[in-house]
Design a protein around this ligand. Structure first.
Ligand code: 4AD
Ligand code: MG
Length: 460
């Protein structure tokens, strides 16, 4: 007989003479002639209750079952006598696969997020983290669904690259050289002797590759891991994070903003519709405003505001910010959160940023001072999407590379795309973990990644 996942059993319409489940004991409660076992198999938040009668041949063993022990249960699915659940299983055979010792760290009491980070290998077994990682899986699926339904093709862009898309120099270098004795040439490391015969690093963004594919397949997206050696220990930065990067041919900044807004609306609606059980936990225990935030994000029209006006709003706010506000200064989290949470009270798209604070590939506006960039800001997070229309004019692009101090030679292939059939095109990056923070209300990025990588931390 085949095992049934608990999420399916709980949705049963009718009783069943025989079912088989496999899972772990959450709690055991003994009564006079039987024990109640609460069993979870990870397929959903809810447990199923199993009644173990003292007539079972191994009842003495069953009475020793501890939290975290693994069992296989055959029995009858019957309507529950007690309140709180519709179904329970009258156990006919309970095989004990392994017994967890009494010092199993996840006893019934609640643990702090900080403590659970120190046992990241066990925390997915808790209600909250189990729900977070099921949501992570469901949201990945929703993203692919959105793009597939919208006619986008999925491109796998390389993780090992020789380029620095953002030009910020926050690269994790990749080498096969012996770090204890690096080959030298003219006083410098001789990368000709390295694996790729040049310097290589982990990608900070799949954009440049995605652009090549949008100019071939039309609308494409990448969805994969990206890496940044930013030494900022904040609650919204990780050194390894996942990014969703659509890229659209024949598309300007307007179309780019439309797609970003549509994507976030789709995903917040999706989670409310399809992940209600897990979401309930977050709305109850993590962020009591969660449902309101999600509804607001799913329904309201987002504010669209040029960077210049955003700066004015901030300057006129009368607020004391830690970082100074002024044309040419990047918006900091505190500014972003003020705009979206306090001032507009809904998601905000800021566009046309000064070229001095943005990378080389963004399209120069006619004012020669700003570029066709756009960031989408949402409550509790700040920037969740960063994107732009791309500079499709070869001469302007080359001039921007010189201006930003980039070498042209390694990007010869990127520049060639502007020689052959160049068209206006646009795209953005959505930080997957920031999306998960938005939909769960979890306030630290470390808690939405299974095994987070942050400065000084790569334990698991
Ligand atoms: O704004 P960013 O740096 O944009 C790019 O990388 C573009 N090349 C994307 C594109 O146009 N195809 O990053 C995009 C998003 C941010 O808005 C943020 O959500 C997320 O990626 N992000 C991070 N998430 C977690 N940890 C970090 N260190 C992140 N850096 C960026
Ligand atoms: Mg950005």
């Amino acid at each position: 007989m085949e095992r049934t996942k608990i999420f399916k059993l709980l949705k049963s319409e009718t009783p069943a003479a025989e079912v088989l489940i496999k899972g772990w004991i959450r709690t055991r409660r003994d009564s006079k002639a039987f024990s109640f076992l609460e069993i979870n198999d990870g397929s959903c938040l809810k447990n199923i209750q199993v009644i173990a009668n003292d007539t079972l041949p191994n009842y003495d063993e069953i009475k020793k079952l501890t939290t975290g022990s693994a069992v296989v249960v055959r029995g009858e699915l019957v309507e529950s006598q007690g309140g709180g659940q519709k179904w329970e299983i009258a156990g006919a055979q309970i095989d004990i696969i392994s017994l967890a010792p009494e010092n199993y760290p996840l006893q019934k009491k609640r643990h702090t997020d900080e403590f659970l980070r120190t046992i990241a290998h066990l925390r997915p077994r808790t209600n909250k983290y189990g729900a977070a990682y099921r949501l992570r899986s469901d949201m990945s699926y929703a993203i692919h669904q959105f793009f597939r339904d919208s006619g986008f093709r999925y491109v796998h862009t390389p993780i090992l690259t020789g380029s620095d898309c953002e030009g910020a120099g926050e690269l994790f270098k990749v080498t096969a050289l012996d770090l204890e004795s690096l080959p030298q040439k003219e006083g410098k490391t001789d990368y000709l002797q390295d694996f790729f015969a040049k310097e290589a690093n982990l990608t900070v963004s799949g954009q440049l590759s995605a652009e090549m594919f949008c100019l071939a397949l039309g609308d494409v997206y990448t969805f994969g891991p990206t890496f940044r050696a930013e030494n900022s220990n904040t609650r919204r930065h990780a050194a390894e994070f996942w990014m969703i990067e659509p890229e659209m041919a024949f598309c300007d900044l307007q179309g780019n903003m439309d797609l970003g807004e549509a994507l976030i609306k789709y995903l917040t609606s999706y989670v409310m519709r399809e992940c209600a059980d897990d979401l309930e936990l977050f709305a109850k225990w993590v962020d009591t405003n969660l449902m309101q935030t999600l509804e607001n994000t799913a329904i309201s029209d987002y504010i669209r505001l040029p960077y210049r006006e955003a700066v004015e709003v901030l300057q006129k706010s009368g607020r004391k910010f830690e970082y100074e506000v002024g044309f040419g200064n990047d918006l900091q989290t505190e500014h972003e959160r003020f705009l979206t949470e306090k001032h507009f009270k809904k998601p905000v798209i800021v566009y046309d940023y000064p070229k001095t604070i943005k990378p080389f590939y963004m399209r120069l506006n006619d004012d020669n001072e700003t570029v066709a960039a756009m960031d989408i800001l949402v409550p509790n997070i700040g920037e969740i999407i960063g994107g732009s229309q791309r500079e499709e004019r070869l001469e302007v692009l080359e001039a921007r590379m010189v201006e930003t101090g980039m070498e042209k030679e390694p990007y010869w292939w990127y520049l060639e795309s502007r020689k052959f059939g160049t068209v206006p095109h646009s795209g953005f990056g959505l930080g997957f973990e920031r999306l998960l923070m938005l939909v769960t209300g979890i306030s630290n990025i470390r808690d939405v990644i299974p095994f987070p990588r942050t400065p000084g931390s790569i334990e698991f």
